[in-house]
Each structure stands twice: as structure tokens, then as C-alpha cells.
Design a protein around this ligand. Structure first.
Ligand SMILES: Cc1cc2nc3c(=O)[nH]c(=O)nc-3n(C[C@H](O)[C@H](O)[C@H](O)COP(=O)(O)OP(=O)(O)OC[C@H]3O[C@@H](n4cnc5c(N)ncnc54)[C@H](O)[C@@H]3O)c2cc1C
Length: 265
């Protein structure tokens, strides 16, 4: 029997791609999927977000069943459209792809381009600051630059030293990290004696990214995000660069390419 990958959309909709609708539940191969009950698979993946689709694709060659509870695949990497414009409703950009991410994109025949700078703007009082130079000036004027730099360096150190997130090759979970899951971001920032503007800046980022405040989020959860998001004003990204990368049609292009690749199994 030919090995193949089946995608079972639970809520009866589309396989064509994120943002589309209509059609009957089906398999990625275009024929009706086998009954989920009683079927035998080498691998069952639950969730058709970018992680689940990648897992299904990487395990191609086996009998793989991918289950998605929503009407479309994509999870939080989905697009909306308005007046002919497509915009991200979730994932917006990446850092410069490296390691396994670069490998995946190369295999899918995709490569992102750098989003034009500036990608940051902040309001403090009645002043608008934009670009990395503007953000740096905002902290300077508030007497908060040293505090920002201390917090940024600490997040970055935690990310690269403790989580070793590079290449997503995260080692066995280390007991050293457990304290960070037992405190909120707000508690950690208090312990560091962070300046109120630094706390507020990180709170706005967290509310925008996660819909959760510094007091709601575990510090462990925030390390990968802030370790990447908080910019070293003296280092990267270089002047005039945003350091953020995406595709002409947005990040949802990765989902569409994965769907096509899985469909081709
Ligand atoms: C507003 C917003 C902006 C973001 N911006 C960025 C960004 O710019 N850059 C970045 O790197 N990251 C960003 N992220 C984070 C990024 O979107 C996520 O980390 C990523 O999409 C997670 O992918 P995933 O496949 O792990 O999970 P998800 O995308 O959440 O996919 C999980 C899938 O599993 C399905 N599912 C759940 N339970 C079941 C079940 N019981 N049975 C069947 N299916 C199930 C869900 O319906 C969903 O499709 C952003 C997130 C949000 C919300």
C-alpha cells in the first residue's frame, strides 16, 4: 500500500489553505480519509498549526494522520484579508532563519526578505519615538537606558545560555530553569529593580503578543520572546535594518507551502 499523509479537518472545511473555507472533510491526498476510529498509523499528529504540519511533513514516508479541530489549518499562523489586502492575524515575522528553520524553508523552496525598518514605535507622554534610535532616545530621556540595557542583556543571556535556543536544539530540561516558571515576569522585573518605563515597555509587548500582562505570564514563558524581541541598541540589528523577515504574502506562505508539500505525499 502506498504510504501517505492524511489530514482530517474535524470541523468540515477546507484543505486548500489557511483563510479558505468550504468543501468537505477530506484527506491531504484528495480522497476521503479513512475512519479515524480503528485506523492504524505510524504517527498521529494532533493540531495542524505550523508545528503539526512540519511534523507531518518531516515524517513523510510513513502513514501519518494529522488531526485539526478547526475549519482550516494554520493555527496561529493565519491571514485575514480586507479590500484585496492580505494581513497577518497571528505570526508576522521571523528573525533571519538559521539551523533547522533555514533547512525547512530551503526544502520548501521559500526564503523570506527583510521587512523594511523601522518596525518599532513607542509613545511616552506626548512624544512618539520610532525606529531603534527613537526607542533608545525614549529610554535615555527618561533616565531608563541603563535599566533597559541591563534587562535586555539578562533576557538575552537567559535565552542563549540557559535555553540554548539556537537551532532549536533545546537540551534536556534543566532544573535550573524551574525557578523561572515559579515567578511572573512582573516579579522578576521587580527583583532586578527595573525602571518603571522598562516594565511598562515589556508589559505593552506582552499584552500585544500574548494578550497577557507581566503579572499574568511566567518568566520562563517570556524568556524566548523577550530574549529575541528586546533589541541591543549598541549591537544588532545594524543601523537601518529591522532584523525581521517575512514573505510577500506573509508568514502564512509557510503554511501554504507545507500544505502543498504534505498534499504531494
Ligand atoms: C497575534 C500573534 C502574533 C504572533 N507573532 C509572531 C511572530 O511575529 N513571530 C513568531 O515567530 N511567532 C509569533 N507568534 C507566535 C506563533 O504564532 C506561534 O508560536 C506559532 O504559530 C505556534 O504554532 P503551533 O503549531 O505550535 O501552534 P498553533 O499555531 O496554535 O497550532 C495548534 C493547532 O492545533 C489545533 N488543535 C488544538 N487542540 C486540538 C485538538 N484537541 N484536536 C485537534 N486540533 C487541535 C489548533 O486548532 C491549531 O490549529 C504570534 C502569535 C500571535 C497570537
Amino acid at each position: 500500500m502506498r504510504r501517505r499523509t492524511f489530514l482530517q479537518i474535524m470541523a468540515a472545511a477546507s484543505l486548500a489553505g489557511p483563510g479558505c473555507s468550504g468543501g468537505a472533510p477530506s484527506s491531504v491526498g484528495g480522497t476521503p480519509p479513512p475512519s479515524v476510529d480503528g485506523g492504524e498509523y505510524d504517527l498521529v499528529v494532533i493540531g495542524g498549526g505550523i508545528a503539526g504540519l512540519t511534523a507531518a511533513w518531516r515524517n513523510r514516508g510513513g502513514d501519518v494522520l494529522l488531526l485539526e479541530k478547526e475549519t482550516t489549518a494554520g493555527g496561529r499562523t493565519i491571514a485575514g484579508s480586507w479590500n484585496g489586502y492580505r494581513y497577518p492575524k497571528g505570526t508576522e515575522y521571523l528573525g533571519l532563519p538559521e539551523g533547522k528553520t533555514a533547512e525547512l524553508l530551503n526544502q520548501l523552496g521559500l526564503w523570506p526578505t527583510q521587512v523594511a525598518a523601522p518596525t518599532i514605535a513607542a509613545v511616552n507622554g506626548s512624544s512618539l519615538y520610532y525606529g531603534f534610535a527613537g526607542a533608545k532616545r525614549m529610554f535615555e530621556e527618561a533616565g531608563a537606558l541603563a535599566s533597559y540595557q541591563k534587562i535586555e542583556a539578562a533576557f538575552h543571556r537567559l535565552l542563549t545560555r540557559e535555553l540554548q535556543e539556537e537551532d532549536l536544539d533545546i537540551p534536556a530540561f534543566d532544573a535550573n530553569l524551574s525557578p523561572y516558571d515559579d515567578m511572573t515576569v512582573a516579579q522578576w522585573l521587580d527583583r532586578q529593580g527595573a525602571h518603571p518605563l522598562v516594565k511598562q515597555f515589556i508589559d505593552v509587548e506582552n499584552r500585544g503578543l500574548f494578550g497577557a500582562s507581566n503579572s499574568d505570564l511566567s518568566m520562563l514563558y517570556d524568556i524566548p520572546e523577550m530574549g529575541w524581541n528586546l533589541v541591543d541598541f549598541e549591537g544588532s540589528p545594524a543601523e537601518g535594518e529591522s532584523g525581521s523577515y517575512s514573505f510577500p504574502g506573509g508568514m502564512v506562505e509557510v503554511i501554504e507551502a507545507l500544505m502543498t508539500a504534505v498534499n504531494a505525499q
